[in-house]
Design a binder for this molecule. Sequence first.
Ligand SMILES: [Mg+2]
Length: 189
Amino acid sequence: MPAGNTALETWQWGWQKGQTAFKWKIGVFPLEQELSWLEQLVNALPKDSQLRLDANGGLTVAEAEQWLKYSDALGKVEFMEQPLSPRQFQEMQELDATFHTPLALDESVGTLRQLETCYQQGWQGIFVVKCAIAGSPRYLQQLCQQYPLDLVFSSVMETSVARQAAFRLAMKVSSHRALGFGVNHWFSE
Ligand SMILES: [Mg+2]
């Protein structure tokens, strides 16, 4: 879903097409404004839907704390993607340990090698895997066998063939999270 309060309308289009996990871009408008939209969005979304927040590494530590405090209180956010820049790995680990709402690394793990490094450095949260650019499927399968990884699969402007391949791979390593393949432009990366 696009950033801002248009998400309050656009989620319904996706829902009508069977989409149950909604990702909302945050950190674009003033914090107070977005937090009030968050509350409205949470009240509007159906019970059996999931809301994911994506900050694209654009928050400060203080802002991320505000978001997570709200998310914890609302109890609807499945996870928040990449609150801080990849350089702030330590800070993200601290946030992940402090708040109940899970965090997912995205920009920090552009490659599977980086994913493995973050895991080895103690990341306990979720990893976003962009199948088209992450690396070899075999390496990914190997990592899944080696470590108890919590993965969410995402697409990056893939062709339908690449999408299907990514889907099969996700089934193979059996992620329990809804696939991050949205309906066309409602699901912006
Ligand atoms: Mg992201």
